[in-house]
Design a protein around this ligand. Structure first.
Ligand code: HEC
Length: 155
């Protein structure tokens, strides 16, 4: 969605592109997401999207960082468990951008991925980069049955 917003800005508005996780971009994507609030998530993963989905799935199960963990170790193998003060969720992305009490602002999905990678002492991928875009598609494809909650509120 961020790429579409920037395409409109640069090609049709003669405006500068926004950084992927900037405050303006996150605010506008939250406003767009809000229009779909309550609708069923419906994510296409075939056709052109298939190879990105495969790449995202690989990343989701790849062990990284000094703690040698994968996304799946927490959000698939241990959801429901307490990790310090946090109740581990399935790491769903239907509420993004999400307002976090922790930093009192709207947070992008890649910002969240980055935080999780830092927590396992891995070098995070770039926000707006190819890896996170592919990674995003995998959990998105697992939102079957959930509705759009954007913007949600989290710790
Ligand atoms: C050491 C365990 C751990 C690992 C590994 C981990 N996370 Fe998380 N993640 C958390 C915790 C704790 C939270 C905050 C509580 C929650 O929502 O589960 C969180 C939150 C999230 C959320 C927000 C969910 C929501 O509803 O707000 C997403 C999305 C997410 N993680 C995705 C990922 C992805 C993708 C990876 C792999 C790059 C990953 N996480 C790796 C522990 C982990």
């Amino acid at each position: 969605m961020q790429d579409l917003v920037n395409e409109c800005r640069t090609e049709r508005m003669g405006a500068d592109a926004w950084k992927w996780s900037s405050g303006q971009m996150t605010a506008v994507t939250a406003l767009i997401g809000l229009q779909s609030r309550g609708m069923q998530m419906n994510v296409v993963i075939d056709g052109d999207a298939a190879s990105f989905w495969e790449q995202g799935k690989d990343l989701y199960y790849t062990l990284v960082g000094q703690l040698d963990m994968a996304c799946s170790n927490c959000h698939e193998d241990n959801y429901g468990v307490m990790i310090r003060v946090d109740h581990l969720s399935q790491g769903q992305i239907n509420g993004f951008p999400t307002y976090r009490l922790k930093n009192a602002k709207l947070n992008s999905i890649h910002g969240r991925f980055k935080g999780c990678m830092k927590n396992i002492r891995a070098t995070p991928f770039a926000e707006g980069g190819d890896e996170f875009k592919a990674l995003e598609l995998y959990p998105a494809s697992r939102t079957e049955g959930l509705s759009v909650e954007t913007p949600s509120v989290r710790n």
